[in-house]
Write a protein that binds this ligand. Structure first.
Ligand code: 5RP
Length: 261
């Protein structure tokens, strides 16, 4: 691995081998998402506790202070919306010059395996890898399911993650599922977990994050279950303890309760 690639990867993955990415990219297909209407305000108290943020160039420019930021994973796929015909119909939105100009530590792109736009999204990924590897910029593939949340099982996610890695993704972001070790075992690059829609309880979030880490994930890219919680700082700090300090779900939940007061 060249120096630039190694350096960027080390901005994302911490010396303990783990990572905590905070995504605020949701507006790129669903508009002003609840609690993310003003992304700059949402992330201000949370930034100290994450290792990187996942964001589009528009929100980066308008809401993130370039002099007080965390490493940036730039969301570079888009072109579909929740009210459009098909969320899977994405293109690459951001040029390599812009990626470099914004000093991104990595880029992120969705793939939609099994969808009508499977081929397009996979060739978007491989084309992006071709461009980014020339400049030592890691590509994170997001195994997206659009509105079909029920697709999230080990067989489907394992297939999607492996394909993403085969096409050159340096990191793969996927959903947690039962038997998550099957997903991780078949994927030769590091796997991080997304959060998905807000869970019923905080403990539930801590449990799946803990389980995923035990089964081989290196961390999370987790948004709504943090910034849609009424106590986002307590939530991010408790989850950070699971990821970087090996807290059990119960200890993390106790920490959450003590911090939320
Ligand atoms: C949305 C994304 C998000 O980054 C991803 O879903 C993680 O966020 P959340 O924890 O809210 O699901 O890729 O397109």
């Amino acid at each position: 691995m060249d120096w630039g690639m190694k350096n960027r990867m080390s901005q994302l993955i911490q010396p303990d081998g783990r990572c905590f990415f905070l995504p605020i990219d949701h507006g790129y297909f669903q508009g002003p998402t609840s609690c993310l209407e003003k992304p700059g305000e949402t992330i201000k108290p949370l930034l100290p506790y994450c290792d990187a943020i996942f964001v589009t160039r528009g929100v980066l420019r308008s809401a993130v202070d370039p002099q007080n930021s965390k490493p940036i994973i730039l969301r570079v796929s888009g072109g579909a919306s929740v009210i459009g015909k098909d969320l899977a119909n994405e293109s690459i939105t951001t040029s390599i010059e812009e990626i470099i100009r914004l000093n991104a530590s990595a880029v992120g792109i969705s793939i939609f395996v099994g969808s009508d736009y499977e081929r397009e999204s996979l060739t978007n990924l491989s084309g992006l890898v071709n461009q980014c590897e020339d400049y030592g910029i890691p590509v994170m593939a997001v195994t997206a399911v659009g509105k079909e949340l029920e697709k999230r099982d080990a067989r489907y996610l394992g297939l999607s993650c492996r394909i993403a890695a085969e096409l050159g993704a340096r990191v793969v972001k996927t959903y947690w599922c039962q038997d998550f070790d099957r997903v991780v075992c078949g994927c030769p690059v590091p796997v991080v977990m997304a959060g998905g829609p807000k869970c019923e309880t905080e403990l539930e979030v801590m449990e799946f994050v803990y389980d995923g880490i035990q089964r081989g994930a290196i961390g999370v890219n987790l948004g709504r279950n943090i910034w849609q919680n009424p106590h986002p700082v307590a939530m991010i700090r408790a989850l950070r303890a699971v990821i970087h300090e090996n807290y059990t779900p119960k200890d993390a939940y106790d920490l959450f309760n003590s911090l939320k007061k």
